[in-house]
Design a binder for this molecule. Sequence first.
Ligand code: IMP
Length: 199
Amino acid sequence: MSKERKPGSPKARPGLRSNESLRVLISDARIKKRLKQLASEIRRDFPTETLHLVSVLKGSVFFLTDLARELGGEVSFDFLSVSSYGKGTDSTGEVKLIKDLDVSIEGRSVIVVEDILDTGLTLKYLLRLFEEKKPKHLRVVVLLDKLERRIAEVHADYTGFVIPNEFVVGYGLDYDERYRNLPDVCVLQLGSHGKTKPE
Ligand code: IMP
Protein backbone atom coordinates (compact mmCIF):
# COMPACT_ATOMS: atom_id res chain seq x y z
CA MET A 1 0.00 0.00 0.00
CA SER A 2 1.53 3.33 -1.03
CA LYS A 3 1.51 6.40 1.19
CA GLU A 4 -0.85 9.08 -0.12
CA ARG A 5 0.59 12.58 -0.37
CA LYS A 6 -1.57 15.39 0.96
CA PRO A 7 -3.06 17.40 -1.95
CA GLY A 8 -1.19 20.68 -2.28
CA SER A 9 2.02 19.50 -0.65
CA PRO A 10 5.17 20.82 -2.39
CA LYS A 11 6.15 17.27 -3.31
CA ALA A 12 2.85 16.73 -5.11
CA ARG A 13 2.96 20.04 -7.00
CA PRO A 14 6.52 21.18 -7.69
CA GLY A 15 6.66 24.61 -9.32
CA LEU A 16 2.92 25.06 -9.75
CA ARG A 17 2.06 28.53 -11.18
CA SER A 18 -1.16 30.41 -10.44
CA ASN A 19 -2.76 29.80 -13.87
CA GLU A 20 -1.91 26.11 -13.89
CA SER A 21 -3.53 23.12 -12.26
CA LEU A 22 -2.68 19.46 -12.14
CA ARG A 23 -4.87 16.38 -12.08
CA VAL A 24 -3.30 13.02 -11.29
CA LEU A 25 -3.77 10.66 -14.23
CA ILE A 26 -1.45 7.84 -13.16
CA SER A 27 -0.16 7.69 -9.60
CA ASP A 28 3.43 6.79 -8.79
CA ALA A 29 2.16 3.57 -7.15
CA ARG A 30 0.48 2.50 -10.42
CA ILE A 31 3.62 3.42 -12.38
CA LYS A 32 5.80 1.29 -10.07
CA LYS A 33 3.43 -1.67 -10.32
CA ARG A 34 3.29 -1.46 -14.12
CA LEU A 35 7.09 -1.18 -14.37
CA LYS A 36 7.48 -4.52 -12.60
CA GLN A 37 5.11 -6.10 -15.15
CA LEU A 38 6.89 -4.48 -18.11
CA ALA A 39 10.28 -5.62 -16.78
CA SER A 40 9.12 -9.21 -16.43
CA GLU A 41 7.59 -9.16 -19.94
CA ILE A 42 10.92 -7.95 -21.35
CA ARG A 43 12.97 -10.44 -19.31
CA ARG A 44 10.64 -13.25 -20.36
CA ASP A 45 11.52 -12.43 -23.99
CA PHE A 46 15.24 -11.92 -23.27
CA PRO A 47 16.03 -14.03 -20.19
CA THR A 48 19.80 -14.16 -20.49
CA GLU A 49 20.70 -11.30 -22.84
CA THR A 50 22.61 -8.20 -21.87
CA LEU A 51 20.03 -5.52 -22.54
CA HIS A 52 21.32 -2.23 -23.92
CA LEU A 53 18.81 0.45 -22.88
CA VAL A 54 18.83 3.45 -25.19
CA SER A 55 16.90 6.51 -24.21
CA VAL A 56 16.04 9.95 -25.49
CA LEU A 57 16.97 12.75 -23.09
CA LYS A 58 15.46 14.01 -20.94
CA GLY A 59 11.88 12.85 -20.44
CA SER A 60 12.65 9.13 -20.20
CA VAL A 61 15.34 9.36 -17.54
CA PHE A 62 13.26 8.29 -14.51
CA PHE A 63 11.51 5.61 -16.56
CA LEU A 64 14.84 4.18 -17.72
CA THR A 65 16.46 4.13 -14.29
CA ASP A 66 13.42 2.61 -12.56
CA LEU A 67 12.92 0.04 -15.33
CA ALA A 68 16.61 -0.91 -15.28
CA ARG A 69 16.42 -1.72 -11.58
CA GLU A 70 13.38 -3.94 -12.15
CA LEU A 71 14.97 -5.74 -15.11
CA GLY A 72 17.83 -7.28 -13.19
CA GLY A 73 20.45 -9.27 -15.08
CA GLU A 74 23.01 -7.46 -17.19
CA VAL A 75 21.98 -4.05 -18.43
CA SER A 76 23.84 -1.12 -20.01
CA PHE A 77 22.63 2.39 -20.85
CA ASP A 78 23.17 4.99 -23.52
CA PHE A 79 21.47 8.30 -24.27
CA LEU A 80 20.83 10.49 -27.26
CA SER A 81 19.21 13.83 -27.73
CA VAL A 82 16.90 15.02 -30.51
CA SER A 83 14.91 18.11 -31.32
CA SER A 84 11.66 18.05 -33.26
CA TYR A 85 10.19 20.70 -35.51
CA GLY A 86 6.58 21.40 -36.43
CA LYS A 87 4.87 18.41 -34.92
CA GLY A 88 1.36 19.50 -35.95
CA THR A 89 -0.73 17.19 -38.09
CA ASP A 90 0.12 19.25 -41.20
CA SER A 91 3.88 19.13 -40.63
CA THR A 92 6.70 17.10 -42.11
CA GLY A 93 7.72 16.21 -38.55
CA GLU A 94 11.42 16.81 -39.05
CA VAL A 95 13.57 15.41 -36.25
CA LYS A 96 17.20 16.46 -35.78
CA LEU A 97 19.91 14.59 -33.87
CA ILE A 98 21.50 16.85 -31.24
CA LYS A 99 23.59 14.27 -29.37
CA ASP A 100 24.46 10.84 -30.76
CA LEU A 101 24.94 7.61 -28.82
CA ASP A 102 28.31 7.11 -27.12
CA VAL A 103 28.84 3.49 -28.19
CA SER A 104 27.93 1.39 -31.23
CA ILE A 105 24.73 -0.68 -31.01
CA GLU A 106 25.90 -3.19 -33.63
CA GLY A 107 25.22 -6.74 -32.46
CA ARG A 108 23.56 -5.59 -29.21
CA SER A 109 20.09 -6.35 -27.88
CA VAL A 110 18.73 -2.83 -27.85
CA ILE A 111 15.65 -1.67 -25.99
CA VAL A 112 14.60 1.87 -26.92
CA VAL A 113 13.10 3.41 -23.79
CA GLU A 114 10.65 6.25 -24.57
CA ASP A 115 8.58 8.33 -22.17
CA ILE A 116 5.65 9.00 -24.48
CA LEU A 117 4.52 8.10 -27.98
CA ASP A 118 2.55 10.96 -29.44
CA THR A 119 2.62 11.44 -33.25
CA GLY A 120 5.27 8.70 -33.42
CA LEU A 121 7.51 10.83 -35.64
CA THR A 122 10.41 10.80 -33.17
CA LEU A 123 10.29 7.03 -32.79
CA LYS A 124 10.03 6.51 -36.55
CA TYR A 125 13.16 8.60 -37.00
CA LEU A 126 15.01 6.72 -34.26
CA LEU A 127 14.07 3.26 -35.50
CA ARG A 128 15.27 4.09 -39.01
CA LEU A 129 18.55 5.43 -37.57
CA PHE A 130 19.09 2.40 -35.31
CA GLU A 131 18.12 -0.28 -37.86
CA GLU A 132 20.96 0.92 -40.11
CA LYS A 133 23.42 0.19 -37.30
CA LYS A 134 22.56 -3.53 -37.27
CA PRO A 135 21.63 -4.33 -33.68
CA LYS A 136 21.00 -8.01 -32.85
CA HIS A 137 17.54 -7.13 -31.53
CA LEU A 138 15.66 -3.83 -31.58
CA ARG A 139 12.62 -3.42 -29.34
CA VAL A 140 10.70 -0.42 -28.01
CA VAL A 141 9.23 0.15 -24.57
CA VAL A 142 7.09 3.23 -23.89
CA LEU A 143 5.57 4.34 -20.64
CA LEU A 144 2.68 6.29 -22.20
CA ASP A 145 0.97 5.99 -25.56
CA LYS A 146 -1.37 8.68 -26.93
CA LEU A 147 -2.67 6.27 -29.55
CA GLU A 148 -5.22 8.65 -31.07
CA ARG A 149 -2.51 11.21 -31.97
CA ARG A 150 -0.46 8.83 -34.13
CA ILE A 151 0.72 10.07 -37.54
CA ALA A 152 3.66 7.74 -38.21
CA GLU A 153 3.07 4.01 -38.52
CA VAL A 154 5.04 2.86 -35.50
CA HIS A 155 4.17 0.85 -32.43
CA ALA A 156 5.87 -0.08 -29.18
CA ASP A 157 6.61 -3.70 -28.32
CA TYR A 158 5.87 -3.00 -24.65
CA THR A 159 3.46 -0.26 -23.49
CA GLY A 160 2.87 0.97 -19.96
CA PHE A 161 -0.40 2.88 -20.35
CA VAL A 162 -2.54 4.07 -23.26
CA ILE A 163 -3.67 7.59 -22.35
CA PRO A 164 -6.15 10.10 -23.81
CA ASN A 165 -5.08 13.09 -25.91
CA GLU A 166 -4.19 15.44 -23.07
CA PHE A 167 -0.94 17.19 -22.20
CA VAL A 168 0.75 15.35 -19.36
CA VAL A 169 3.65 16.21 -17.09
CA GLY A 170 5.55 14.49 -14.31
CA TYR A 171 7.70 11.39 -13.91
CA GLY A 172 10.24 12.98 -16.27
CA LEU A 173 7.81 14.76 -18.61
CA ASP A 174 7.97 18.53 -18.61
CA TYR A 175 6.18 21.70 -19.54
CA ASP A 176 8.86 24.30 -20.29
CA GLU A 177 11.36 22.21 -18.25
CA ARG A 178 9.11 22.25 -15.18
CA TYR A 179 7.25 19.38 -13.47
CA ARG A 180 9.75 16.67 -14.39
CA ASN A 181 10.18 15.85 -10.67
CA LEU A 182 6.48 15.31 -10.05
CA PRO A 183 6.15 11.68 -8.86
CA ASP A 184 2.83 11.04 -10.63
CA VAL A 185 1.87 11.52 -14.28
CA CYS A 186 -0.60 14.43 -14.24
CA VAL A 187 -2.73 16.27 -16.77
CA LEU A 188 -1.65 19.92 -16.90
CA GLN A 189 -4.50 22.38 -17.23
CA LEU A 190 -3.85 26.01 -18.13
CA GLY A 191 -6.10 28.94 -17.21
CA SER A 192 -9.68 28.82 -16.02
CA HIS A 193 -11.14 27.15 -19.12
CA GLY A 194 -9.61 23.76 -18.48
CA LYS A 195 -7.35 24.03 -21.54
CA THR A 196 -5.01 21.07 -21.45
CA LYS A 197 -2.76 21.63 -24.47
CA PRO A 198 0.02 24.16 -24.00
CA GLU A 199 1.01 25.83 -27.30
P1 IMP B 1 6.22 12.36 -31.04
O1 IMP B 1 7.38 12.44 -31.99
O2 IMP B 1 5.10 13.26 -31.46
O3 IMP B 1 5.75 10.94 -30.78
O4 IMP B 1 6.71 13.04 -29.72
C1 IMP B 1 7.31 12.43 -28.67
C2 IMP B 1 7.88 13.48 -27.75
O5 IMP B 1 7.00 14.64 -27.63
C3 IMP B 1 8.01 12.93 -26.36
O6 IMP B 1 9.24 12.24 -26.20
C4 IMP B 1 7.87 14.17 -25.51
O7 IMP B 1 9.11 14.81 -25.38
C5 IMP B 1 6.94 15.08 -26.29
N1 IMP B 1 5.54 14.98 -25.81
C6 IMP B 1 4.48 14.50 -26.49
N2 IMP B 1 3.35 14.57 -25.75
C7 IMP B 1 3.72 15.12 -24.56
C8 IMP B 1 3.00 15.42 -23.35
O8 IMP B 1 1.77 15.20 -23.20
N3 IMP B 1 3.72 15.96 -22.35
C9 IMP B 1 5.06 16.22 -22.45
N4 IMP B 1 5.77 15.94 -23.54
C10 IMP B 1 5.11 15.39 -24.60
